[in-house]
Design a protein around this ligand. Structure first.
Ligand SMILES: NC(=O)c1ccc[n+]([C@@H]2O[C@H](COP(=O)([O-])OP(=O)(O)OC[C@H]3O[C@@H](n4cnc5c(N)ncnc54)[C@H](OP(=O)(O)O)[C@@H]3O)[C@@H](O)[C@H]2O)c1
Length: 258
């Protein structure tokens, strides 16, 4: 058990929970006793993670789901309720990243797909879960995994930055609206974390050295740096914390301008 935080009796949905940051979040939740549904497109990856985590106090249940498809999201939530009951915790973590490069090359199709997967899926999952949290009156915790690129523009990453910035503002809107029902909504903005998603950066030794030198904490982030924070945000230990963006980036964002 990584901390004394308990999520016993809680039900969580973690999109993209099969690998990378989502897998660490899932492990922390299941260690703390939550039953967790992990959802993404690749069943083999989800099943491998569920098997690996099978001995933890909480159960991990895989559901295939393309978060860009409304029917898949409906099925994800229905499956969660059938398996464990209604969700208390929702982690919007899945991501796609297309359209990197000059912004003048961005097409309508790229724009629509990035919005569908990175932003609209979160709205849809909120619509499918929050009304039941309100009805039950037992509160809830929503965690949106965003990025430091949603706080500062990523070079030639117009769509990534804009979708993450959008999700940051949605986080704050939702926190205002759902707070009176005891439902907290926060975001985690990771810096560079070593996963498949960011291999372009960390597989390039020269680039890595340069990036690490810019950070007060001179190493790349690991998924567990984010997993611990998500566990805190999911639990009652953060009961007075809502509408915030927790930036976990080794201090990358506090570089001096002068
Ligand atoms: N790694 C970093 O440096 C970094 C930095 C800042 C922010 N983040 C954020 O952290 C979150 C997790 O990223 P990661 O680094 O852990 O990346 P990752 O290891 O590549 O994981 C991405 C996850 O998203 C899922 N996914 C992709 N498209 C999907 C779709 N259409 N429907 C459902 N699931 C989909 C993938 O599963 P399938 O392929 O099975 O669908 C995978 O589980 C993301 O929101 C990312 O923006 C990461």
């Amino acid at each position: 058990m990584s901390t004394d935080i308990s999520l016993a009796g809680k039900v969580a949905i973690v999109t993209g929970g099969g690998r990378g940051i989502g897998k660490s979040i899932t492990r922390h939740f299941a260690e703390a006793g939550a039953n967790v549904v992990i959802a993404s497109r690749k069943l083999d990856v989800l099943e491998a993670t569920a098997n690996e985590l099978a001995d933890l106090p909480g159960k991990v249940y895989p559901v295939t789901c393309n978060v860009g498809k409304k029917d898949d999201l409906d099925r994800l939530v229905a499956e969660t309720e059938r398996q464990f009951g209604p969700a208390d915790i929702l982690v919007n973590n899945s991501v796609t990243n297309i359209g990197q490069g000059p912004s003048l090359d961005v097409t309508d199709e790229m724009f629509d797909k990035m919005v569908e997967v990175n932003v609209k899926s979160c709205l849809r999952l909120i619509r499918l879960t929050v009304p039941k949290m309100i009805e039950r009156g037992t509160g809830g915790s929503i965690i949106n995994v965003v990025s430091i690129s949603g706080l500062q523009p990523q070079f030639q990453g117009l769509l990534y930055s804009f979708t993450k910035a959008g999700l940051i503002m949605m986080t704050r809107n939702w926190a205002q609206e759902f707070g009176p029902h005891g439902i907290r909504v926060n975001a985690i903005a990771p810096g560079l974390v070593q996963t498949d998603f960011s291999e372009f950066f960390w597989k390039n030794e020269g680039l890595m050295n340069k990036l690490e030198k810019l950070q007060p904490i001179r190493r790349i982030g690991q998924p567990d740096d984010i997993g611990y924070a998500a566990l805190f945000l999911a639990s009652d230990k953060s009961a007075y914390l809502t509408g915030q963006v927790m930036t976990i980036d080794g201090g990358a964002m506090i570089q001096p301008v002068l």
